[in-house]
Design a protein around this ligand. Sequence first.
Ligand code: C2O
Ligand code: CU
Ligand code: CU
Length: 635
Amino acid sequence: MFNHKNYSRRRFLAQSGLGLAAFAAMPGFLRAMEGMNVMPKLAPNKASPNFKPDVEFDLFSRSSSVSILPGQQTMVQQYAALLKKGPKDTITDITGSYLGPIIRLQKGQKVRINLHNKLAEPTVTHWHGLHVPANMDGHPMYAIDPGETLVYEFEVLNRAGMNIYHPHPHEATAKQVYNGLAGALFVHDEEEAKLELPSGEFEIPIVIQDRLFDELNQLVYVRGMHDRMTGFYGDRILVNGAPDFKIDVASRAYRLRVLNGSTARIYKLGWDDGTPITVIGVDGGLLEKPEVKPYVMLAPGERLDVWADFSGRNEGSQLVMRSLPFSGVLPKMAERMMGGGMGMMHHNKIPVGSDYPIFTARVTKKVSDSPKLPSQLSTINWHPISAVANPDKPVPIGISEGPMAMLLNGRPYAYNDIQDFERIKVNTIQLMEIFHAHGGSGGHGKESAQANGEHGAEKPSGGMEGMGMMGGMKHGDGDQKGGGQGMMGMGGGMGMMGGMKHGDDDQKGGGMGIMGDMKHGDGDQKGGGQGMGGMKGMGGGMGGMGMMMSMAHPIHLHGQQFQIVSRSVSADAEADYATVREGFIESGLKDVVLVMPGEKVRIIKPFQDFKGLFMYHCHNLEHEDMGMMRDFLVE
Ligand code: C2O
Ligand code: CU
Ligand code: CU
């Protein structure tokens, strides 16, 4: 019914010209690859007689068609809900939209949700942002087949905030979300209620997504490898499922609850007349105090609570929220392909990082009264660094991009492939470090560390050992040996490219036509340092191999929200970073953090209450489905 090419990972590899033989020398990697499809199929959870819900509703995943553009209806997949018990405002449909109904829960409520799979394929729903037991979290191992029902039961432990519900089936999350399966889930609590923030018609959800349509108004999805590597970009912006979205407002304050529900597109949100954005909350709820920003970056999965005050504006005036220009989130490789006319990016009317409108607010009513912005919004229970279990040994989350593989900590997703550093003690608070490992993590792997004879003291703990990747990927290029870790890491990436076209010692002109820029042999790279130091070691700038492949990744961790401790960016990424740097908010709790090329982010995350598997992954959903996802085992 959908025209989507649903590559299995193996077919994807085969078609991309990278034979499995190329991986033969990488036992760890290969093992993980082979494990990819072995996701257990469990009997769906049933309602427990002892659980007494305050709220209960049926949630249907189904195929449907809706009017999005003028003319023919668009076939979509869609959530629908039916309230069985609880306050009437628990479920609010968005009329005419493919988006799922808005779900509103109160902190402390006991909730039962019966998910009915009316699709023709497996699905499971994840409550992105909610702190729920592992078996209620929508892990792909709980996916249900067509016709089956999965019962979720949990208590709402979260503070007030905007969350998301969306599918999470193995290797099909992006496609199902793209087809329409997603919705906003709000939690409210007393702390929030006391503030008397704008509510009812004055609290407006703004779910931003991009879609690509064919001449028959049908959704077009991934058309080839390139669409997956960069993530998929539509050329129409939809808000709450509608194109050219407009809201009519009175000249008073509103609360806009913004969610980036796109699979890959990153926005730099700003008002068109230069009015700064007043932010009152992020992923994990209200900030302590409002923050005023010239613009805000919003990556897939991220949320933003905006205080939009139209007071003093004239009837008939309008304010447009735009995505403002920025650079650096796509690999330089992709940018060059664009320039060369390769790939779909060339045809996109609104390339990521260009300037285009998101929605328009029209003042249609003049009123004299408006609520005032509270100066104190909430109290956040910050965890000091002294409370973390591992102050000297951050849990690594190493991002690596290769032309064929998107990995975390050097490994693609595989069920039951828990590494030592992915075991987390329950009821601990962990320091974690997200960084670019490049080229399948060769840079942090045991082999490469030995190869270049250095093992940085600051290197994140024990991660990624036994990757065996570099060994298989060696080029025998003398220059490589001297490289810092970043370079070595990239060697892994190159090796993968080399798998397609190889043999040239300095690899000029090989691979995808970008190898010319990947040459190095720069003495500076020797001893390029540890961790991100490898990047710094590249010194010579963006032309280096690491940066050629590097792109921005919105990294998401399931379970409790985290706090951002520090961000640092390598010198060679500074120029691009300057176009986004004012747009990050660290004063709130997060569950997605956008990690720019060359950037290293430290976070503190609690793992309280629940044992079991909690995923971490890139929320560029194409990347997630390619395997840029792993499990933490909380035990
Ligand atoms: Cu919103 Cu595992 O994701
Ligand atoms: Cu999630
Ligand atoms: Cu990614």
